[in-house]
Design a protein around this ligand. Structure first.
Ligand code: C2E
Ligand code: MG
Ligand code: MG
Length: 540
């Protein structure tokens, strides 16, 4: 077992010398006491003998007193030796307890506490001038898979080999720790502050960790990421330095970096901004700041509005309107996308319930929501609360949503369809675009992603794809909605390809509920309903 907390030979020599000196001193005092007693005793003896000779019994008393004194001294010595043994045992068990509290039993490396304590000592040791402490945070990639595939014994042995490997490439004075199951850390002093040297060491650590190992006859190789942070001369507390190395590590993981990643303050700012968004989202849910915007969907033949796609906006009290790209994925990660979605749907259905009953409303459902077995019930409840008919609702899901749990998705979709809700396949053409998905679930609409439509006039391939999807959709009886129509030429092109419905800035940008209602009223009062679509100024 590796140990990074053992006493050094010098420390051992110093402590045994001190014990020997103390023993010699105690022994000398006891011998002196015995000599003194014997001398005193002999005087006493003479006196007693003289008195005894005169009064009798004296000799016996003197002998008894002297024997008693010697016995007392021997007993004292014995007691001293016992006490010393006892205190040695206690010191030993104290030392063992400290080692256990600061050491990882599996690898013998320091644990998180031990690492923090020793790293503090290392950075504050004033023996050399300016001391810059570099910390490497190392995390294995998918280590759990190794345990699952080869068993825990092999996993444990691999961890021990990795620990040995790291110790083998770092300086003997460096601290090496295992912070948790698959996390290691290294701390070393670097007086020159030469980043290249530190980075070279980071590369060596990474190589040693990711080296192929043969354990129990199996060749195993595990991936890893490394984050590095360096103090600027001892002003940063160790906990902060370790946190910085962890932030850099997280960035390395996100970027799937094959090299160690240095911490920079921009990463901390981004993290702060992210956590501010998280806090903001919770507040926004509390104060109902998420609002539905409506993007018109039109019949490409007649120009009549046939529906609206509901797109969430965050009406922030200071920053104004915030687009969903900035908060949907954060809300998904936080696990509050369901609440957010319900709030937006509730507001959208309440508004649209009083609009022309022929107008359909489409809502976006995130992949995370499709893993909620109660999703269909939740949507139906919002419909009931707002009095919005299920037959006017279209639920948009993306292909990627189907991969998480296709059976769960199918169960949700079946419940929704049983209520009369329609189903649209959103962003078709991006992701995996498998035609088999069209057969997997009973889609009522295919929405061709705007990335194809945007380049339809310049890129023959995009035009061919849109054309082919439109033909295929017509053949299987599923209508197509084209996203991202920004000009008259694109409108004409997709119309020529047989696409029935479209949406995009050419017809109207996402607008508030009030503007959408106004748009519908204007359309009804127009001399040729549907043909002339009044344009609204962009609002989101
Ligand atoms: P999406 O569902 O594909 O929505 C279409 C996006 O394309 C919208 O962006 C819309 O504003 C934009 N768009 C429409 N026409 C045009 C055009 O002609 N040109 C250009 N350049 N863009 C156009 P938005 O509103 O930023 O929404 C982005 C994505 O956020 C949506 O993509 C959807 O995936 C997601 N999202 C929006 N609202 C919600 C929501 O309430 N729940 C969930 N889960 N996702 C939402
Ligand atoms: Mg959509
Ligand atoms: Mg889309």
């Amino acid at each position: 077992m590796l140990s990074t907390t053992r006493q050094t030979p010098r420390q051992k020599r110093v402590s045994s010398l001190a014990t020997a000196r103390r023993d010699a001193l105690v022994l000398a005092i006891l011998i002196a006491a015995v000599v003194l007693l014997i001398w005193n005793g002999s005087l006493f003896f003479h006196e007693i003998q003289f008195v005894g000779d005169q009064q009798g019994e004296g000799v016996r008393v003197a002998w008894t007193a002297l024997t008693l004194n010697v016995a007392l001294i021997l007993f004292g010595w014995r007691r001293y030796v016992d006490l010393q043994h006892e205190s040695e045992l206690r010191a030993d068990s104290d030392a063992r307890a400290i080692v256990m509290a600061t050491t990882d039993p599996m690898t013998g490396l320091l644990n998180r506490k031990g690492f923090a304590d020793k790293a503090c000592e290392l950075s504050s040791d004033g023996s050399s001038g300016e001391r810059r402490l570099a910390i490497f945070s190392v995390q294995l990639n998918r280590f759990k898979g190794i345990n699952d595939r080869f068993g825990f014994d092999v996993g444990d042995e691999l961890l021990r080999r990795i620990a040995e490997g790291i110790i083998g490439v770092v300086d003997p004075d460096a601290l090496v720790a295992r912070l948790s199951g698959d996390e290691f850390a290294v701390a070393c002093v670097q007086s020159s502050g030469d980043k290249r040297e530190i980075e070279r060491l980071g590369v060596s650590v990474l190589r040693s960790v990711t080296r192929a190992q043969t354990v129990d006859g199996k060749v195993i190789q595990v991936g890893a990421y490394v984050g590095i942070a360096m103090s600027d001369g001892g002003t940063i507390p160790i906990a902060d330095l370790l946190r910085r190395a962890d932030i850099a590590l997280d960035r390395a993981k996100t970027a799937k970096a094959a090299r160690p990643m240095w911490f920079d303050t921009g990463m901390e700012r981004a993290l702060l901004a992210h956590s501010e968004i998280e806090q903001g989202i919770l507040l926004a849910l509390e104060h109902k700041q998420f609002e539905p915007f409506f993007e018109p969907q039109v019949d490409l033949q007649t120009g009549a509005i046939v529906g609206f796609e509901v797109l969430a906006r965050w009406r922030h009290p200071i920053s104004g309107i915030i687009s969903p790209d900035s908060f949907i994925s954060v809300a998904e990660d936080m696990g509050v996308i369901g609440r957010l979605s319900e709030q937006v749907m509730h507001a959208a259905f309440s508004e649209a319930a009083s609009w022309d009953p022929a107008i359909k409303i489409s809502v976006n459902i995130s992949p995370v929501q499709l893993t909620d077995p109660w999703l269909a019930e939740k949507i139906v409840r919002v419909l009931a609360e707002t009095g919005f008919p299920a037959t006017r609702l279209v639920v948009e899901i993306t292909e990627s949503s189907l991969f998480a749990d296709i059976d769960q998705a199918r169960a949700i979709v079946t419940s929704l369809k049983n209520q009369g809700i329609r189903l649209a396949l959103d962003d078709f053409g991006t992701g995996f675009s498998s035609l088999s998905h069209l057969r997997t679930l009973p889609f009522d609409v295919i929405k061709i992603d705007r990335s194809f439509v945007a380049t339809i006039d310049r890129d023959r391939e995009s035009a061919a794809i849109v054309g082919a999807v439109a033909t295929l959709a017509t053949a299987i009886g599923v209508p197509v909605t084209v996203e991202g129509i920004e000009d008259a030429a694109t409108h004409a092109a997709v119309l020529g390809m047989g696409c029935a419905v479209g949406q995009g800035w050419y017809f109207g940008k996402p607008m508030t509920a009030h503007q959408a209602a106004q748009l519908l009223r204007d359309r009804h009062s127009a001399p040729h309903p549907g043909n002339e679509l009044p344009r609204f100024k962009a609002v989101g």
